[in-house]
Design a protein around this ligand. Structure first.
Ligand SMILES: Cc1ncc(C[n+]2csc(CCOP(=O)(O)OP(=O)(O)O)c2C)c(N)n1
Length: 212
C-alpha cells in the first residue's frame, strides 16, 4: 500500500513567507478584528520536520497562537486558512478534518497531545501526535509532566520546541537561568525536536496600533 500524501512535500519556503506577508497586509488594513501572531525565520526547519517525519493524514498536529505555517504544512488549503484567520480565528485555528488543533492558552494542549497518542497506541491506530510549542512553553510544569508521561509509556507523540529566545518580550534565558533547555542531554530529549530561530515579526501583530 502506498504511503499517504505528505502535504509539506508540495509547500515551499516562499509559499509560507508569502502567506504570512499576505496576512500581515490584511491585518494592517484593520480587517482582522482579532490578534494574529505572525512568524518568519523558521520555514526551513518546519518544512524539514514535516518532510523528515512524513507528517501526513494519519497524524495530529497541535499548535498554539502561532500556527499558520503548521496548518499550511499539514495540508489546510491556503484560502481556507486565510478565511479562518480573517474571521478572527488565528490564535485558535482548528481544522479537525485535517487533524490540526490549536489553542491560544499556554500549555493547554500538552496533555491533549499525550492523550491522543495514548489513544492511537492503545487502539492500534496509525499516526502520531506532534505538539509544536515555544521555548517558554517548554518551561511550564504541564510540558514536563506530558513529556515524562510520553517517555515512560513510550507514546507516539513528539514535542517540537521552536526557540525564538523570548516569551512575548521576556528573555527566555534569564528565566531559565541557563543557556540550554532543561531537557538537553536527558532521556526526555528522545521525544523532543528542538531548534532555534529568530522571528522577524513582533510576538503579536505588527508592532503598531491598528485601528478598526
Ligand atoms: C495561560 C496563558 N498565560 C499567558 C498567555 C499569554 N501568552 C501568549 S504567548 C506567551 C509567550 C509564550 O512564550 P513561548 O512559549 O516562548 O512562545 P513564542 O515566543 O514562540 O510565541 C504568553 C505568556 C497565554 N496565552 N496563556
Amino acid at each position: 500500500m502506498s504511503k499517504p500524501a505528505v502535504a509539506a512535500e508540495t509547500i515551499s519556503k516562499e509559499d509560507i513567507i508569502s502567506f504570512e506577508k499576505e496576512i500581515a497586509d490584511i491585518f494592517a488594513t484593520g480587517a482582522i478584528r482579532a490578534p494574529v501572531h505572525l512568524r518568519a525565520g523558521r520555514e526551513d526547519q518546519l518544512i524539514r520536520i514535516f518532510r523528515e517525519n512524513e507528517i501526513g493524514p494519519d497524524d495530529y498536529v497541535f499548535g498554539y497562537w502561532d500556527s499558520h505555517e503548521l496548518a499550511l504544512l499539514k495540508g489546510v488549503p491556503r484560502e481556507v486558512l486565510k478565511q479562518a484567520i480573517v474571521e478572527g480565528k488565528s490564535i485558535s485555528l482548528c481544522f479537525p478534518e485535517h487533524k490540526v488543533l490549536c489553542s491560544g492558552i499556554v500549555g493547554s494542549l500538552m496533555g491533549v497531545g499525550v492523550g491522543t497518542a495514548w489513544a492511537l497506541k492503545n487502539q492500534h491506530k496509525k499516526g502520531k501526535a506532534y505538539v509544536f510549542c515555544g521555548d517558554m512553553s517548554a518551561e511550564t510544569g504541564i510540558f514536563h509532566e506530558a513529556v515524562k508521561y510520553a517517555v515512560n509509556f513510550d507514546l507516539p507523540v513528539i514535542f517540537i520546541v521552536c526557540d525564538n529566545g523570548v516569551s512575548v518580550m521576556t528573555n527566555t534565558r534569564e528565566v531559565w537561568g541557563c543557556q540550554e533547555p532543561w531537557f538537553k542531554n536527558t532521556k526526555y530529549a528522545r521525544k523532543i525536536i528542538y531548534f532555534t530561530y529568530q522571528n522577524s515579526y513582533p510576538h503579536s501583530g505588527l508592532g503598531k496600533l491598528i485601528k478598526f
